[in-house]
Design a binder for this molecule. Structure first.
Ligand SMILES: CC[C@H](C(=O)O)C(=O)SCCNC(=O)CCNC(=O)[C@H](O)C(C)(C)COP(=O)(O)OP(=O)(O)OC[C@H]1O[C@@H](n2cnc3c(N)ncnc32)[C@H](O)[C@@H]1OP(=O)(O)O
Length: 251
């Protein structure tokens, strides 16, 4: 079974779907490479928007702990963290509308992936939380930096520092989720983007470039690199490795 799928819809939406339901769509290196492939495909003028979603009960459960728990030192972690941070940076800087369609639970790096999209819509009942703090680390794929660009600082910091998993309604109240939907993710995505897709691609690109210029002038890239560095340092702590071990021992 492929770890991801990439589908071009007739309405111009390119859909990237993480397809690892047996691991709640945890991100491994194949998923990272697939996301980068989808981002590059968006350079085609036929693509009007990019949607990111998952298969099964979860949107994305963050980094694949069964692989990444083998990364022990800061240096080892930094390689993986900076790879995905670089991909999420390219995702957020894509000069086309992007939407995370939360078909289910998003935790940890899954919330960082969702944050890198312009918009987030969630199926009623979906939950999401930046659980990294409970694992003895911070966000490490740029998601903390990006969230602080998306939400007012008090809201963003409470999501990050609380590390709680919140309901779709709570997330909508905070402003992390732009719309809660019932029914199928694809129909919800089409409905959310319907009016945007009617606009000329150059107009949409011009508006996104206003945002991109703001991020470039405020050194978002450098701030993400610093976030990666500080996560890598926390990564090698005994507290983090103990928490990851507890996740697997709880079975
Ligand atoms: C910088 C990013 C950072 C990093 O890279 O480390 C992070 O993303 S930190 C956060 C890492 N992610 C987690 O700690 C989440 C762990 N998973 C969960 O909390 C739950 O699985 C949840 C809430 C996502 C879903 O709970 P549910 O009860 O529906 O499912 P199970 O827990 O029974 O899991 C089913 C099955 O999937 C495996 N699984 C789930 N998440 C991961 C993961 N992130 N990596 C690897 N495997 C994962 C879990 O082990 C179960 O496998 P099974 O063989 O059936 O026991």
């Amino acid at each position: 079974m492929d770890s991801y799928t990439i589908n071009m819809e007739s309405n111009g939406i390119l859909i990237f779907t993480i397809n690892r339901p047996e691991k709640r769509n945890a991100v491994d290196y194949k998923v990272m490479d697939g996301l980068l492939e989808a981002i590059k495909l968006c350079e085609d003028d036929k693509v009007k928007a990019l949607a990111v979603t998952g298969t099964g009960k979860a949107f994305c459960s963050g980094g694949d702990l069964s692989i990444f728990h083998g990364l022990i030192t800061a240096e080892e972690a930094r390689g993986m963290l900076s790879k995905m941070a670089g991909i999420l940076y390219r995702l957020m800087m894509l000069p086309k509308p992007t939407v995370a369609v939360l078909n289910g639970t998003a935790v940890g790096g899954g919330c960082e992936l969702a944050s890198a999209c312009d918009f987030r819509i969630a199926k009623r009942g979906a939950k999401a939380g930046f659980i990294q703090a409970g694992l003895g680390i911070t966000t490490g794929w740029g998601g903390g930096t990006i969230l602080l660009e998306r939400l007012p600082a008090p809201k963003a910091l409470s999501m990050l520092a609380d590390g709680m998993i919140l309901s779709s309604e709570e997330l909508e109240n905070i402003g992390f989720i732009d719309r809660v939907f019932d029914g199928g993710p694809a129909n919800a995505c089409n409905a959310f983007l319907e009016n945007i897709l009617k606009k000329d691609t150059d107009v949409l690109k011009a508006y996104k470039n206003i945002l991109i210029r703001k991020w470039v002038s405020s050194s978002v890239k450098e701030r993400i690199e610093e976030e990666v560095n500080q996560c890598a340092i926390l990564w090698e702590s005994d507290a983090h490795h103990q928490k990851v071990a507890e996740f697997f021992n709880k079975k």
